[in-house]
Design a protein around this ligand. Sequence first.
Ligand SMILES: NC(=O)c1ccc[n+]([C@@H]2O[C@H](COP(=O)([O-])OP(=O)(O)OC[C@H]3O[C@@H](n4cnc5c(N)ncnc54)[C@H](OP(=O)(O)O)[C@@H]3O)[C@@H](O)[C@H]2O)c1
Length: 294
Amino acid sequence: MPAPRILILGTTGGLGRALSRHFAAEYEITPWGRADLDFEQPETLSAKLASQEFDVLINAAGMTSPDVCEVQPERAFLANAVAPQILGECCHARGARMIHFSTDYVFSGESRGPWFESDETVPVNIYGRTKLAGEKAVLKASPGALVARVSWLFGPDKPSHPDNIIQQALQTDDLSAVADKTSVPTSNADICGWIEQLIIRHSTTRGVLHLCNSGVASWHSWAEAALTLAARLGVPVKTTTVQPIELASLTQLKAQRPLMTVMSNARLQSVLGGEIRNWYDALEEYLVQKYQPQ
Ligand SMILES: NC(=O)c1ccc[n+]([C@@H]2O[C@H](COP(=O)([O-])OP(=O)(O)OC[C@H]3O[C@@H](n4cnc5c(N)ncnc54)[C@H](OP(=O)(O)O)[C@@H]3O)[C@@H](O)[C@H]2O)c1
């Protein structure tokens, strides 16, 4: 079978960039950013997609800041729900497979155990509501689509929590991070590998799938892990200790955040047929590549 031609959307973002680099090595890809396809102009989407040849569409684009979504709900709905629905319709009509990224923020955050794909979704903010609407619209428009829920991404293409805390620790030893909010930090590089397997070897996998590393973290434990690894790699951080604070103390946040959104990756493990590594191991690999490149 010939290698699939892959259209990747959101290629100026952290995950979209990582996907473009990963797939460009071996596949025919078309990387599109907002300038190529603007989700806030829904009337233009079908014609633009019709002008492009592809077998698989990966949508890593969307309005991803919960605080921006909270104050601009109409724009968030266009980017996270209306446009994905149109993409789903186009993919279904031409027989292309759609892989659409979603979020752990579709969950309420009120749970003791990890969330499974079949669990009830009750988002607590506009970002989560629009992403959930997008999930449903994609799967309705394109029943063969895959909705990949991810959480707490990190990688070389866009600074995230570990990069930011290490940057701060170069300047000060007075650091704090939220300790009562938990999820699973997840490596963009690992996601690229899983997505490749899902395209090439598991082309009929559809529905909702949690794509996250194994383990659990809070912003606080993730920060201390990053600092400890950085110190071990010779980065001159002033401390590896971070003061734990409560989410409720971050009064400047515009959108409410769910507290416990750890997702189970059991379905992913069963589909791929192997262990999914812990976020700590993936973080260590990322920081080694960043601070001790070969
Ligand atoms: N980062 C996380 O921790 C996290 C957690 C859970 C779920 N997710 C999900 O994972 C996916 C990728 O996230 P990410 O962190 O890579 O996002 P990101 O870095 O914020 O990138 C978002 C991408 O979407 C594009 N975009 C935004 N509005 C658009 C519009 N109206 N039309 C066309 N393109 C638009 C951006 O283009 P511009 O550069 O032009 O703005 C950018 O390329 C998203 O579905 C997100 O909801 C991410």
